[in-house]
Design a protein around this ligand. Structure first.
Ligand SMILES: *[C@@H]1O[C@H](CO)[C@@H](O)[C@H](O)[C@H]1NC(C)=O
Ligand SMILES: *[C@@H]1O[C@H](CO)[C@@H](O)[C@H](O)[C@H]1NC(C)=O
Ligand SMILES: *[C@@H]1O[C@H](CO)[C@@H](O)[C@H](O)[C@H]1NC(C)=O
Ligand SMILES: *[C@@H]1O[C@H](CO)[C@@H](O)[C@H](O)[C@H]1NC(C)=O
Ligand SMILES: *[C@@H]1O[C@H](CO)[C@@H](O)[C@H](O)[C@H]1NC(C)=O
Ligand SMILES: *[C@@H]1O[C@H](CO)[C@@H](O)[C@H](O)[C@H]1NC(C)=O
Ligand SMILES: *[C@@H]1O[C@H](CO)[C@@H](O)[C@H](O)[C@H]1NC(C)=O
Ligand SMILES: [Ca+2]
Ligand SMILES: [Ca+2]
Ligand SMILES: [Ca+2]
Length: 573
C-alpha cells in the first residue's frame, strides 16, 4: 500500500467533511464544499497569475509534494477537458461545481460559497426556469456523479482515508502495548515512543523492572547504576518521586485539529507551505505533538511555516516537575468524538497495565460535539443530559477497571461556543483572501446550507439558536458534575469536575485587551489554534496547582541530576 501518493485526495476529501462526522448533507454536501474550495483556490490563482482555470489547477498541483503532484495532475488531466467544454467566461467557482454536478439545487435552495454575480442569480434558483432545464440537459452529459469519491483514482483513496480516520490504534506496534516506534498513524505523535517494540512489558509509564539496571523499562531514558555507589539510578531518582503519566480522552480540540491557513489563502500558496502535507495527513489533520494536553515539541523549522506559536502542555509541565515522567503521555482523542463514541470504542484504545504501570491523570474532555452536529434540526440531535450521565458513568466504570490505583480523572465541562460567532462573524475567511468577499458569517451559512456544519448550533447567524446550544452545553456540563458528585467512590482513582478551560482562557485574553479570534483556528472557525492550546495548558495547570496539587505530584529534587547524567533522556523521536 503506497500511502504517500494518496494525500492529495486526502486533502480534497477530508478538508471539510471529516472535521466532525457528516451526519447528513444536502445540495451536494461535503463533495460540493470540497469542489467549491478547490475551484475557489484555482480561480483566484488564475487571477493572480493571469492564467486560465485549468492552467492554474496545474499550478496548484505543482505546489504539492512530488507524489501528490502526480496524482493531482492525473485529476487535472481528467477534469481539464470537461472544464474546457462546460466553462463559460466569468463562471464563479460555485457555478463550476454546479455544472460539474457536484453541487445541486435541493430543498428549493442553492448554496454558494462565493457571492453570486447578480445577472446569474436567477439561474440556480428557479427549477422551473426553461433556461435551466435546457442547460441541465446539456450538462447531464458531463455530470460526474454526486460523490467526489467516484472520480478516477480518488475512489481507492477515499477508502484508504476512511481506514486512517477510523483506526485509533498505532499502525505499527509489534508487541501490542499501543506504543509505537513510528511517528504518525497514531504512533509517537500521539503516545510516548516505545523504546522496545518487541517487549510488551517495556513502554512509557511502566514500573521499573529490577531498578532499570539493565534495560530502560519505562522509556524515560533513565537506566543503569551509579558507579560510585552501585545503586540503580532509576531507584535513586524516581522510586520516591511518584511518577505518573497523562492521558487525554477527547475530541478534535484535544487532538489539536489544525488546517493551515496557508493552504486556503490563495495569496499564500507555495511549495514550502505544502511540504508537511504527509505528516499532517497521517495524523488525521491533528497535531497531538503540539497540543495542550500531550504536546512535547515546538514546531520544527518546516512545520513553523504553518504553525504560529509555541507549544505548552500539561505533559511538558508534568515532565518539568518530575523528569521521571518522560514520554509518559497518551493522546486518545478523535475528531468528532462525543460521549457515546467514547464509550463505543475510543476509550478502549487507552493502554495502561493496572498492576504493572504508574498511575495516570486522565482528562475526559469532550468540548462540544455532544451539542454540535450538521443537522438542520440540530437540537433534536444533541446528546441529552440523561444520555450524558449514562455515557459518562460507563466511561468512569471502564476507567476504574483499567487504571492503576492512585490515578486521577478530570471530567471537563463543555465550552461556550458562542465566542466563535461573536468574534469571527465579520472577519474574512482565508478562502476569500483575494477579494475579501467571504466572511465567517457567510461561511457558516454555506456549511449550514449544505448541512455539513461541524456545529450548526453555534456556527449560525441565528442568535436564539446559538443561545439554545449554549443552554444545552451547560446542562450537559451540569450532568457531568452530577455524575462526579453522585457516583463512586472508585477504587483506582479520584474523580473531579473542572470547568472547561477555554471559557477562562477567552475571559483572561479579552481582559488583557486582546481579541478572542487570535486564539481560534482560521480555516474551520471552530477550534483553538496553537496559541489557544498553549493558553489552555497554562490555565489548566494553574488550576491544578491551586485546587488539586496532589494530582500533579511533588517536584522531584533529582531533576537536575537526571538532566546532567541523562541529557535529553533519549529524546522523543
Ligand atoms: C493576461 O494574459 C493575456 C493572454 O495571455 C494577455 O493578453 C494579457 O495582457 C495579460 N494581462 C496582464 C494584466 O498581464
Ligand atoms: C518551545 O519554545 C518556547 C518559546 O521559544 C520555549 O520557551 C520552550 O522551551 C520550547 N519548548 C520545547 C519543548 O522545546
Ligand atoms: C501487567 O504487569 C504485570 C506486572 O508487571 C505483568 O505480570 C502482566 O503480565 C502485565 N499484564 C499485561 C496484560 O501485559
Ligand atoms: C492571506 O495572506 C495574506 C498574506 O499573503 C495575509 O496578509 C492575509 O491576512 C491572509 N488572509 C486571511 C484572510 O487569512
Ligand atoms: C442570548 O444570550 C445573551 C447572553 O445571555 C443575551 O444577552 C441575548 O439577549 C440572548 N439573545 C437571544 C436572541 O435570546
Ligand atoms: C432561530 O432559531 C430558533 C430556534 O431553533 C427558531 O425557533 C427560529 O425560528 C429561528 N429564527 C430564524 C429567523 O430563523
Ligand atoms: C456538585 O457538587 C459541588 C460541590 O460539592 C456543587 O457546587 C455543585 O453544585 C454540585 N453539582 C451538581 C450538578 O450536583
Ligand atoms: Ca509497542
Ligand atoms: Ca514495548
Ligand atoms: Ca527508566
Amino acid at each position: 500500500m503506497d500511502m504517500k501518493k494518496e494525500y492529495f485526495a486526502l486533502l480534497l476529501f477530508t478538508v471539510l467533511c471529516s472535521i466532525p462526522y457528516c451526519h447528513s448533507d444536502s445540495n451536494g454536501g461535503a463533495t460540493c464544499a470540497t469542489c467549491g474550495v478547490i475551484f475557489g483556490l484555482a480561480e483566484q490563482t488564475a487571477v493572480i497569475h493571469n492564467t486560465t482555470v485549468v492552467q492554474s489547477m496545474e499550478k496548484l498541483c505543482s505546489y504539492l509534494p512530488i507524489k501528490f503532484e502526480a496524482l493531482c495532475r492525473t485529476f487535472v488531466e481528467f477534469i481539464g477537458p470537461i472544464l474546457f467544454e462546460i466553462l463559460e467566461e466569468n463562471d464563479t467557482p460555485d457555478e463550476i461545481c454546479h455544472k460539474l454536478g457536484l453541487c445541486f439545487v435541493e430543498k428549493g435552495r442553492s448554496c454558494n460559497l462565493f457571492p453570486m454575480k447578480k445577472e446569474k442569480a436567477k439561474f440556480y434558483h428557479f427549477s422551473e426556469d426553461p433556461i435551466l432545464i435546457k442547460k441541465t440537459k446539456h450538462l447531464n452529459t458531463f455530470k460526474l456523479g454526486a460523490d467526489i469519491c467516484d472520480l478516477p483514482g480518488i475512489k481507492e483513496i477515499c477508502n484508504w482515508i476512511k481506514n486512517i480516520f477510523d483506526n485509533h490504534d498505532p499502525a505499527v506496534d509489534l508487541d501490542g502495548d499501543r506504543h509505537s516506534v513510528y511517528e504518525t498513524l497514531r504512533g509517537y505523535s500521539w503516545r510516548g515512543k516505545d523504546c522496545n517494540d518487541n517487549k510488551k512489558s517495556i513502554h512509557p509509564g511502566a514500573r521499573a523492572i529490577n531498578g532499570d539496571i539493565d534495560e530502560d523499562s519505562n522509556c524515560n531514558g533513565i537506566k543503569g547504576k551509579d558507579p560510585s555507589t552501585g545503586k540503580s539510578y532509576e531507584t535513586t531518582f524516581c522510586s520516591q518521586s511518584e511518577p505518573r503519566g497523562i492521558a487525554v480522552l477527547g475530541d478534535s480540540i484535544s487532538a489539536h485539529f489544525h488546517l493551515p491557513r496557508e493552504w486556503f489563502n490563495s495569496t499564500e500558496l507555495s511549495i514550502a507551505n505544502f511540504e508537511p502535507l504527509p505528516y499532517v495527513g497521517e495524523n488525521e489533520l491533528d497535531w497531538p505533538a503540539l497540543s495542550y494536553g500531550t504536546g512535547f515539541m515546538n514546531a520544527t523549522e518546516e512545520l513553523s511555516r504553518i504553525i504560529h506559536g509555541h507549544t505548552d502542555s500539561i505533559y511538558l509541565r508534568l515532565w518539568e516537575r518530575n523528569r521521571c515522567n518522560f514520554r509518559d503521555y497518551q493522546n486518545i482523542a478523535v475528531n468528532g468524538a462525543r460521549a457515546s463514541s467514547m464509550v463505543d470504542n475510543i476509550e478502549n484504545s487507552l493502554y495502561r497495565n493496572v498492576t504493572g504501570d504508574y498511575p495516570l491523570i486522565v482528562f475526559y474532555a469532550l468540548v462540544g460535539n455532544d451539542v454540535c452536529n450538521g443537522h438542520p434540526d440540530t437540537i433534536s440531535h444533541m446528546t441529552t443530559p440523561a444520555e450524558m450521565k449514562n455515557y459518562a458513568t460507563k466511561t468512569l466504570q471502564y476507567l476504574d477497571a483499567n487504571l492503576p490505583a492512585g490515578s486521577y480523572v478530570f471530567m471537563t465541562g463543555l465550552a461556550d461556543g458562542r465566542v466563535l460567532y461573536n468574534s469571527l462573524k465579520d472577519k474574512i475567511h482565508p478562502i476569500g483572501s483575494l477579494r475579501n468577499d467571504v466572511t465567517y458569517a457567510h461561511f457558516y451559512d454555506y456549511f449550514n446550507c449544505l448541512e455539513i456544519s461541524p456545529c450548526t448550533g453555534w456556527m449560525n447567524t441565528n442568535e436564539t439558536l446559538r443561545n439554545l446550544t449554549t443552554k444545552r452545553a451547560m446542562e450537559l456540563s451540569a450532568a457531568l458534575q452530577e455524575v462526579v458528585n453522585t457516583t463512586g467512590p472508585y477504587k483506582n482513582f479520584k474523580v473531579y469536575y473542572n470547568e472547561n478551560p477555554i471559557n477562562k482562557v477567552i475571559q483572561q485574553w479579552e481582559a488583557a485587551g486582546k481579541q478572542a479570534w487570535e486564539l481560534l483556528e482560521p480555516v474551520d472557525g471552530f477550534h483553538s489554534n496553537q496559541r489557544g492550546n498553549a493558553e489552555i495548558a497554562r490555565v489548566i495547570w494553574e488550576e491544578l496547582e491551586k485546587e488539586w496539587p496532589e494530582t500533579i505530584g511533588k517536584v522531584n529534587p533529582y531533576n537536575e541530576k537526571i538532566s546532567s547524567i541523562f541529557g535529553n533522556q533519549g529524546g522523543y523521536r
